[in-house]
Each structure stands twice: as C-alpha cells, then as structure tokens.
Design a binder for this molecule. Structure first.
Ligand SMILES: [Zn+2]
Length: 85
C-alpha cells in the first residue's frame, strides 16, 4: 500500500484548516499581532506592559519607548520627561 501520496493532501488540508480558522476566529484574538493568538486577559496584560514601557508622542501620537528622549517617528524631544524606571 502506497501512502506517501497522502502526505501532501494532509498538509493541504492543514493549511486549509488554518485559513478557515483564521477567517472564523474573532479578530480580537490577536490576529493582527503577527498571528499570535492571545486570550483577552493576555492582551490586556500586554497592553498594560506597553503602557508602562512606552509613551505616546504628543506630536505624532506614535508609541515610543518611555526612556526615549527623542521621538523616533517625528523627532519630537521629550525634554524633562525622562524618569528612571
Ligand atoms: Zn513623534
């Protein structure tokens, strides 16, 4: 019995299943973040972590490192806002 020809089919089915799951699952499962799936609680934890380590540039509203003195997006200077972590 030759079964080798089945493996490409299995791979194809797996790919189709992944695509279907990606389409069916709600987008707030983290599909927009590099495909990593996170629970709601994990997402909230990550957002809180980013809120601690990042700040929003008042000029361009992009997220930059909290310790940054100059916005990497627009060059805005955060003079006097840098605090030790
Ligand atoms: Zn900026």
């Amino acid at each position: 019995m030759e079964l080798l020809f089945l493996w490409p089919l299995v791979g194809l089915l797996g790919t189709l299943l992944a695509v279907v799951l990606a389409l069916v699952l709600p987008s707030n499962w983290g599909g927009s973040r590099g495909g990593r799936r996170m629970s709601y609680a994990e997402r909230r934890r990550l957002e809180r972590h980013q809120a601690r380590t990042q700040k929003t540039c008042p000029e361009c509203a992009e997220s930059v490192q909290k310790n940054a003195r100059v916005c990497k997006h627009c060059g805005y200077r955060f003079d006097g806002e840098v605090r030790p972590a």
